[in-house]
Design a protein around this ligand. Structure first.
Ligand SMILES: Nc1nc2c(c(=O)[nH]1)N[C@H]1C(S)=C(S)[C@@H](COP(=O)(O)OP(=O)(O)OC[C@H]3O[C@@H](n4cnc5c(=O)[nH]c(N)nc54)[C@H](O)[C@@H]3O)O[C@H]1N2
Ligand SMILES: Nc1nc2c(c(=O)[nH]1)N[C@H]1C(S)=C(S)[C@@H](COP(=O)(O)OP(=O)(O)OC[C@H]3O[C@@H](n4cnc5c(=O)[nH]c(N)nc54)[C@H](O)[C@@H]3O)O[C@H]1N2
Ligand SMILES: [Mo]
Length: 729
């Protein structure tokens, strides 16, 4: 496949028209994209009351391929009733993620029972009764409740409330496999777990660090912000073991000049080894100190631990830093100089930082570096985790975490009068382990693909199939509906955000709350998530307790409850009437006063981890292609990396030679956790030697279950593998 030389551009536009045709025409797609609903894909956020394709600064048109893919998927036809008697579970297991997604929309509740080989459609009332009966028989701590990040604040709040009133804190969300390290790291540094700035700040920065992310594929609309910054003379330092085409040059479709000539994105491209960021960030801090370029006054006045931190940095040797990062001195010096000279600096990062056993330390090291020059706590600078799912941040804010924030815990009791469980709740991986140990028996998943997103797929399959019951609220089929099925597995079809009969709200990664109007349902059958949850609440907990569950079908009622309980969401009470979208108070820091006990930020000391692997091994990252959204694969191609298929391992041509392999030779890839056969080994000059790249979710058989001790996030980017090239492999 011919490799493109820039991201975005005409291929993205051509794709738009192709998707529009599939979805029933350009006009139909246009209307869907312009409706007043928050965008469904990433958490950068757009749409809402300003109408689709408008960002937080009111700029239009902001559009990306991802939102079109997601929209086209929701506009698919229904899975026909005979589908379920045609394809057995064994056959569904053979479907690729792409084939499952393209089966169509789920419109009927379907039930799988272990003794059967097929799912079978059942009535809604039967489905709801089965769930209720089962929950009434179990003790609450035998159940867990997993949430993905696409559902609304209302659905998120309501379901966690239901789980807690039922009696368990085993409530968690996909964040544990995503940005949890950012939340934990940021909270430990600046006292608050989300971005410290707003979009407008990024638009005024003169330097952006982009660490461990590929926004050209995964957050394409960030590219227009970066284009503006470069046009103003600003700089972008990319830190990534892979040279991602779209981060070198991107053609922003909404800008004619950029579309024709392309825009250079990275002004500096640094390629550490996988897992080398902590050493590199420490190196930059060390160099800034050598140059005397830190803001001592800020560090002493607004930070805790400066003396011991700087002493630790001084004690860390350059030899250790260079060896553990894989970056040479000249490069560290040169980016340090760029940082020292910049006035307004934004530090952004994604999964290349969080998907490591030292993910929290990575995030703390980024915060240290920003604090070192006073880049937190003022306008036009700050810390920016680039979040994943479109409402993953809102789901977290709503209390979808094993431990509730103290204020929410108190107010649920005082304001709503509910009694809350106090036994500790499990994080996501702990739930998988407990399912395997059969201490958990019942799983309820609000969207997502818990099986597919897990490390160690063989273990995940086994763990989930040991459950007695599994309930999915889903829009389309995914691998989790074929693998790891419990004794009794139910799939309940739900409406997408823009089909909801009532308005719902979402929160962007900039802490901005949007109101989505909803819209007409496209197909008969699916129900709104809120309706399903309220129905279950009524059956299980009744109408006479502190919450009258029969009234909770009304999203306005739920917003009243949220406004009373969740700090910063008071304005949610009126949003249905006023339509006034808002910035959550207390999360943006334009002054150097931090929500910690002392009002100061904390600096953290780190020992640098060794790079993984030996001479016979490769460090492996499992990442997304351009043609997928998480476990949902839309296309097999990875346009920007020039790949036409997914069953491949990309490594530097020098590594191919080192292992005596030919380009496209069939091999097996092995790790301590599992093996993948029939993989094509490919030379890929863009990846740093010694490192390799494979696609998630297929490569999850290789990923170990070990997690970061602080955030419980698996090391999806820190896998050690070796190659078996014997003919039998
Ligand atoms: N199109 C599309 N958009 C998406 C998604 C999607 O699947 N598809 N998913 C959404 C979600 S939930 C999320 S969380 C985000 C994910 O967005 P990203 O984090 O951008 O996604 P990944 O593909 O996991 O990416 C990782 C990048 O990290 C780099 N990397 C890997 N290991 C290291 C390392 O050790 N150090 C450094 N510095 N870099 C490293 C890889 O080379 C790659 O460029 O995107 C969101 N948006
Ligand atoms: N190896 C490896 N593993 C990873 C990662 C990695 O980089 N490498 N990334 C991790 C990350 S960052 C994340 S966030 C997780 C993703 O984990 P999840 O969020 O659990 O998985 P998704 O694939 O995003 O879930 C997709 C499914 O959600 C359902 N869905 C879509 N829209 C809606 C809706 O509006 N409502 C409801 N109820 N359902 C809906 C559809 O059925 C679809 O199949 O995976 C993690 N796993
Ligand atoms: Mo994510």
């Amino acid at each position: 496949m011919k490799k493109v030389t820039s991201g975005g551009g005409w291929p993205a536009i051509r794709y738009t028209f192709r998707k529009a045709r599939q979805a029933g025409g350009v006009w139909k797609m246009w209307k869907a994209m312009r409706s007043r609903n928050a965008c469904k894909t990433c958490a950068l956020g757009m749409g809402g009351q300003q109408g689709g394709m408008v960002n937080e600064l009111g700029r239009f048109p902001e559009v990306c391929k991802k939102s079109l893919q997601a929209m086209a998927a929701d506009m698919q036809g229904a899975i026909q009733p005979e589908f379920w008697s045609t394809y057995s579970i064994e056959q569904l297991k053979k479907f690729s993620p792409r084939e499952l997604e393209h089966c169509g929309r789920l419109t009927q509740p379907v039930l799988y029972e272990r003794c059967q080989q097929y799912y079978r459609p059942i009535e809604w009332s039967e489905a709801m009764q089965r769930i209720t009966d089962k929950l009434q028989k179990l003790s609450a701590n035998e159940s867990f409740w997993y949430f993905s990040g696409r559902s609304s604040n209302e659905a998120g709040f309501l379901l966690q409330l239901l789980a807690r009133m039922y009696g368990t804190n085993h409530v968690n969300n996909c964040s544990y496999y995503c940005h949890q390290a950012s939340g934990v790291g940021l909270a430990s540094s600046v006292g608050s777990g989300t971005a410290t700035l707003v979009l407008d700040d990024v638009e005024h920065a003169d330097l952006v660090f982009l660490i461990g992310g590929n926004p050209s594929s995964n957050h394409p609309r960030l590219m227009s912000t970066l284009m503006h910054l470069r046009r103003r003379g600003g700089q972008v330092i990319v830190i990534n073991p892979v040279v991602e085409t779209g981060l070198v040059n991107f053609r922003v479709p909404s800008s004619p000049r950029s579309l024709l000539f392309g825009t250079k994105i990275a002004s500096h491209y640094v390629q550490p080894h996988i897992g080398g960021d902590l050493a590199l960030l420490t190196g930059i801090a060390k160099r800034i100190d050598e140059m005397g370029a830190q803001d001592e006054a800020f560090l002493r006045e607004h930070c805790l631990g400066y003396d011991s931190w700087i002493e630790h940095i001084r004690q860390t040797s350059w030899t250790e830093i260079r060896r553990k990062s894989g970056v040479d001195q000249a490069e560290i010096n040169s980016i340090s100089e760029v940082y020292a000279a910049a006035k307004n600096v934004v530090f952004s990062w994604t999964m290349g930082i969080t998907h490591h056993v030292h993910g929290v330390q990575n995030v703390q090291a980024i915060a240290n570096l920003a604090l070192m020059r006073g880049m937190v706590g003022r306008p036009h600078a700050g810390l920016m985790p680039i979040r994943g799912h479109s409402n993953v941040q809102g789901i977290g804010s709503m209390g979808v975490t094993p431990a509730l924030k103290e204020a929410i815990f108190q107010r649920l009791q005082t304001e709503l009068g509910v009694t809350l469980p106090t036994t500790p709740g499990y994080d996501t991986m702990a739930c998988m382990e407990a399912a395997h140990a059969q201490t958990l028996k019942f799983g309820f998943c609000l969207g997502g693909n818990l099986y597919g997103s897990n490390p160690d797929s063989a273990f995940a399959d086994e763990a989930m199939s040991r459950l007695e019951n599994l309930v999915y609220l889903s829009t389309t089929l995914n691998t989790g509906h074929a693998h790891g099925l419990a004794n009794e597995t139910l799939i309940l079809p739900v409406l997408a955000r823009d089909e909801e009969p009532q308005p719902t709200t979402q929160e962007s990664m900039f802490n901005f709350v949007r109101l989505s109007d909803g819209g007409p349902s496209r197909l008969p059958g699916p129900r709104s998530e809120v309706e399903v949850i309220a129905d279950l609440g009524e059956r299980l907990l009744g109408t006479n307790g502190p919450i009258d569950w029969s009234t909770m079908r009304d999203t306005g009622q739920i917003r009243q409850a949220i406004a009373k309980v969740v700090p910063g969401f008071e304005k949610l009470a009126e949003i249905g009437e006023t339509k006034a979208e808002f910035q959550i108070d207390g999360r943006t820091f334009h002054q150097p006063t931090f929500p910690t006990e002392t009002g100061r930020a904390a600096l953290h000391l780190h020992d640098l981890p060794e790079l993984q692997g030996d001479d016979h091994q490769l460090r492996l990252m499992t990442v997304r292609s351009e043609g997928q959204f998480n476990t949902v694969v839309y296309e097999d191609e990875d346009l920007y990396r020039g790949q036409d298929r997914r069953d491949i391992i990309l490594m530097n041509p020098a590594d191919l030679a080192r292992f005596g392999l030919n380009h496209d030779q069939r091999i097996s890839v092995i790790s301590d956790t599992g093996r993948m056969d029939h993989v094509l080994a490919r030379g890929f000059a863009e990846i740093r030697q010694g490192n390799a790249l494979m696609y998630y979710p297929e490569a999850n058989v290789l990923v170990p279950r070990g997690t970061d001790a602080q955030s419980k996030t698996p090391a999806f980017k820190g896998v050690v593998v070796w190659i078996d090239a014997s003919p039998a492999a």
